[in-house]
Design a protein around this ligand. Structure first.
Ligand code: 13P
Length: 255
């Protein structure tokens, strides 16, 4: 983290976990543990918990996000939710392009770009996920993949809008596997992604961009990862479902 240049942000991605009662209980448990955070704190909950989470986090430093949104404002898109629907509810954040959407639900770089564009137009802050598969790392194309995903996702995004973009580097092989990227690996790719942003928007924009790492980040390894100059926070899956673990990561990001 380099807090002189940019904001640190720890975001929980709850994925498809927690019913309404469980969500309420988890937020109540984490609120006092994270109230003095020296970083931004976000929880991205299932759609069915958005209202509960907005209510339960009122007056706290915890911000709420969704895990996806559609690019059209409305229409015949069964089961989709528009960016405008989220902003109308008062939801400030949305994850776009998570690898689970890319892997299991046919998300492409082009649809990621459309969703990013729609989310920005609706006034949301986007957590944009990029990252390579294991085979791609083994073939030595990690940088090409991350550059391509980043460049396409940011197509049509203006420099002044970058303040509402957070990039999350999530190597797919590290997600939910317990295999964390080493701190050096995370920093190397985060730094590389910053150079991609620099080529597109210039150095000051790249310096100011918050780039998280995600993939088996937990209470035990957070400090080492967050000590890296280009790791500006984390997108946390499993460990965000336990208040004490999530709070420990936030503490590591608050130093
Ligand atoms: P885990 O922390 O469970 O590996 O998940 C990471 C992730 O996908 C966050 O979006």
């Amino acid at each position: 983290m380099n807090k002189k240049l940019r904001k640190a942000c720890i975001a929980g991605n709850w994925k498809m976990n927690k019913n309404r009662a469980e969500a309420k209980a988890l937020i109540a448990e984490m609120t006092p543990l994270v109230k003095d955070a020296g970083c931004d704190v976000v929880i991205c909950v299932p759609y069915t918990n958005l209202e509960t989470a907005l209510e339960a986090t009122k007056g706290t430093n915890i911000k709420v996000g969704a895990q996806n949104c559609h690019w059209e404002a409305s229409g015949a898109f069964t089961a989709e939710i528009s960016a405008g629907m989220l902003s109308e509810m008062g939801v400030p954040y949305v994850i776009i392009g998570h690898s689970e959407r890319r892997q299991y639900f046919g998300e492409t770089d082009v649809t990621v770009n459309k969703r990013v564009r729609a989310a920005l137009d609706a006034g949301l802050t986007v957590i944009l996920c990029v990252g390579e598969l294991l085979e791609q790392r083994e073939q030595g194309v990690t940088e090409e993949i991350c550059a391509m995903q980043t460049r396409i996702a940011l197509g049509g995004v203006g420099k002044e809008e970058l303040a509402r973009i957070i990039i999350a580097y999530e190597p797919v092989w590290a997600i939910g596997t317990g295999k964390t990227a080493t701190a050096a690996q995370a920093n190397e790719v985060n730094h590389f992604i910053r150079t991609v942003v620099e080529k597109l928007y210039g150095q000051s924009a790249a310096d100011a961009m918050t780039i998280q790492y995600g993939g088996s980040m937990n209470a035990a390894n957070a400090e080492e990862l967050l000590d890296q100059a280009d790791v500006d926070g984390g997108l946390i899956g499993g460990a965000s479902l336990k208040a004490a673990d999530f709070a420990a990561i936030i503490k590591a990001a608050s130093r």
